[in-house]
Ligand binder design. Sequence first.
Ligand code: AP5
Length: 218
Amino acid sequence: MSALNIILMGPPGAGKGTQSRILVDGRGMVQLSTGDMLRGARTSGTEMGRVVAAVMDKGDLVTDAIVIGLIREKLTDLHPEGGFIFDGFPRTLAQADALGALLDEVGQRIAHVIEMHVDDAVLVDRVSGRSTCAACGEVYHDQTRPIPADGHCSNCGATTFTRRADDNADALRNRLLAYYKQTSPLIGYYYAKGMLRHVDGLADIDTVTQSIAAILDG
Ligand code: AP5
C-alpha cells in the first residue's frame, strides 16, 4: 500500500522545516529536505558541496540534476511506513516531473501538496530571526520561538546555535525571486492534478500544525 507522502510548499521562512520536524516526531514520517541535504554536502567538503555553496549563498537554485540525484538516492534507500515529507522539493517543473516519475518507479504517490501561504513582509522577520541547533537542527526564532533561557536546545540539550549564511537581505531577495519565478508555477501544476491544499502559514505554529493534521486525517 502507498504510504502517505506529502509535499510542503512555500517561500523561504514559510515554516516548512518547522512543520516537517513536528510531523516527523508525531507521525513517524521521514523529512526529505533538499536544503538540509545540500547544507550537509557543503560542510562535508565534497566537490558537489563546493559547487553548490556559492549558488546557495546567493540564494539561487542549485541545478535540477543535483537535487533530483539526491532525492533519487533517498527514495531508493528508504521505505518509511509513515511516508515522506518533501520539504523544499520540487522547486521547478522539471523537478516535479522527475519526482512523479521516481515515485512511479517505487510504486508510491503524493497524497497532498500543502501550500503554506505567508505574506512577504513577514518572511523577512521570520528568516532574519531564525537560529538552528548545530547538533540536531531544531529551529528557533528570536521572537516567536526563542532558545530556552538556560541556553540548551529543548530537543537535544546542545548549546551551539547557528545562523544560515543565506539568511541575509540580498540572498533572501534572490530566494524570494526564485520562489516566485521558478517554484510558484507548481501551485497551478498540482492544482490541475487535484493534489493542492492550502494552509494559512501566518497563523501561530500550533495552529498551522492543526491545519496540516486536518488535511492528513481528513
Ligand atoms: P531551503 O533550506 O529549502 O530553504 P527555504 O526554502 O528558503 O526555506 P527555509 O528553510 O528558509 O524556510 P522554512 O519554510 O523551512 O521555514 P522555517 O520552518 O525554518 O533551501 C536553501 C537553499 O538550498 C535554496 O535557496 C537553494 O539554493 C538550495 N535548494 C534547496 N532545495 C533546492 C531545490 N529543490 N532545487 C534547487 N535548489 C535548492 O521557519 C522560519 C522561521 O520562522 C524560524 O525561525 C521558525 O521558528 C519561524 N516560524 C516558523 N513557523 C512559524 C509560525 N507559524 N509563526 C511564527 N514563526 C514561525
